[in-house]
Design a protein around this ligand. Structure first.
Ligand code: ATP
Length: 260
């Protein structure tokens, strides 16, 4: 069986006049946990979009879960790929509860006209339990904290029973405690569900403890890739972010960036 779940070969993606990816090649093996970092506008979200079958390739080839992406097959791919976007602001009047939001993760598999059955509710409740939200299943989605909302978003992705999990800055705008809790949760889910995970983050401190491999992106290219220990040096990070950054080892053995 093919061990490479993602093979991106020289992908070029543009949004009208802006080129977001300028010939990106990347391979990710089954079971890997890969962190993607880089400055704003580096192309990180666009890279996830390509893996998720939503990016329009100008050049190159992308094979995900054994299938080459074509303009027509993104939909069937997305049933097998869980996607967790950045924390979003939700209108508190939104009339939908936590359990219903997580059920949305089942609709890709159910199709538009089939109603969820007992097994779908079991899958949803199991996902809610895994993310520690069983006590809030009937709470309106607009009445949650940022950290709780992110847990629901992760549960929705898990309800799809994905083989591949993509997370786009899942800890952005959360406080330190919530960030650390979400990271531990994501790592636990990656391990217990034997997933392959791509994780975009601006939180450099989490990379050594969560990721097997780090991909550094800048200006639409992959600027470096390797183990966190090899790549997260003062020199590399300072050149990546065009400003002095130094990496300090904390007592928890995380690399903590200090802007000088
Ligand atoms: P950030 O860290 O700020 O989220 P990023 O590394 O995820 O950035 P992308 O969102 O992939 O970067 O954007 C890469 C480039 O593509 C940027 O120049 C951005 O302005 C452009 N871009 C992204 N999405 C669109 C869009 N929908 N329409 C036009 N240009 C876009």
């Amino acid at each position: 069986m093919d061990n490479e779940l993602i093979v991106i070969d020289n992908a070029v993606v543009s949004y009208r006049e802006d080129i977001a990816l300028r010939g990106v090649s990347l391979k990710v093996s089954k079971g890997e946990f890969v962190g993607i970092i880089g400055p704003n506008g580096a192309g990180k979200t666009t890279l996830l979009t390509v893996v998720n079958g939503l990016g329009k390739l100008l050049e190159g080839k992308v094979r995900v879960l054994g299938h080459y992406l074509t303009p027509g097959n993104g939909h069937s791919l997305r049933k097998r790929v869980g996607y967790v976007p950045q924390v979003q602001n939700i209108d508190p009047r939104m009339p939908i509860c936590v359990r219903e939001v997580v059920m949305i993760g089942r609709y890709g598999i159910l199709g538009l006209f089939r109603r969820p059955g007992k097994s779908d509710y079991e899958i949803v409740d199991e996902a809610l339990e895994l993310v520690g939200m069983s006590h809030l299943t009937q709470r309106p989605i607009g009445h949650l904290s940022g950290g709780e909302l992110q847990r629901v978003s992760i549960a929705r992705a898990l309800a799809q029973q994905p083989e591949l999990l993509l997370l786009d800055e899942p800890t952005a705008s959360l406080d330190w405690k919530a960030q650390s809790d979400i990271l531990e949760l994501v790592k636990m889910i990656h391990n217990t569900r034997s997933l392959t995970t791509l994780f975009v983050t601006h939180d450099l401190s989490c990379l050594p403890v969560t990721c097997d491999r780090v991909v550094l992106m800048k200006e639409g290219i992959i600027w470096g890739e390797g183990s966190p220990g090899e790549l997260l040096t003062d020199d590399n990070l300072s050149r990546l972010y065009d400003m002095p950054v130094s990496v300090v080892q904390s007592r928890r053995e995380k690399a903590v960036p200090v802007h000088q």
